[in-house]
Design a protein around this ligand. Sequence first.
Ligand SMILES: [Zn+2]
Ligand SMILES: [Zn+2]
Length: 218
Amino acid sequence: MESSIKPNIKDIKDYIGRDIQDLLRASIFFKIIKKRKEGKKEEEEEEVMIDQDVYQTKSGSPMGTFRNFRSKGLSVFTPQNSDIIEFITLYNEDIESYRMCPLKLPYKLEWKHKNQDVVRRLGDSKNKGGGSIPVWINFEHMGISFQFLNNDWADSANPITHITIFNPSKQQTDCSLCLRPVAKAKDGTVLAQCLCGLSFCSSACLDDFKQYHLCTFG
Ligand SMILES: [Zn+2]
Ligand SMILES: [Zn+2]
């Protein structure tokens, strides 16, 4: 997967309506919709920015600016003193007064999908949590994380509340099924891999996973 997301705030001009795969690789993130001001003639047309509320964190982590486009189901974060977008969050309907993000979701996901739909597509990850807080899972090697509504991992019909997209930080190191180290040849080639790119510790794990995997290849 292309791994450089370096969109520039100055480039945030053209994105709503683009395929989400563009989000993962494009230098252009989203569109500030141009619309004609009511009652104005064409020659007097002005650009009107879509509604946003801006929130700057003053302390703690992360330090920077959130630009929340609630009517478009999107929030964008830039670190302090930077105009490079670090992550973008896409929202489901009625989460923190966001509308449902209209973009096509990655990995053949839909907003009506539940936590088990995510894991059947993307496998398991060591980087997850929940219990006292709502369940979340982070796939650092794919540059995507998911947050769900309820706190219990045993709830297999847990709705997605939001999806965060960021720059993938590393290669996959843990088996997508059992979380043991991914099997690699001396030259670094992954030895057990699905067509979609998920990697495994062994062909046994790959075969086991395939029984319920919803492969996103192609
Ligand atoms: Zn395994
Ligand atoms: Zn697959």
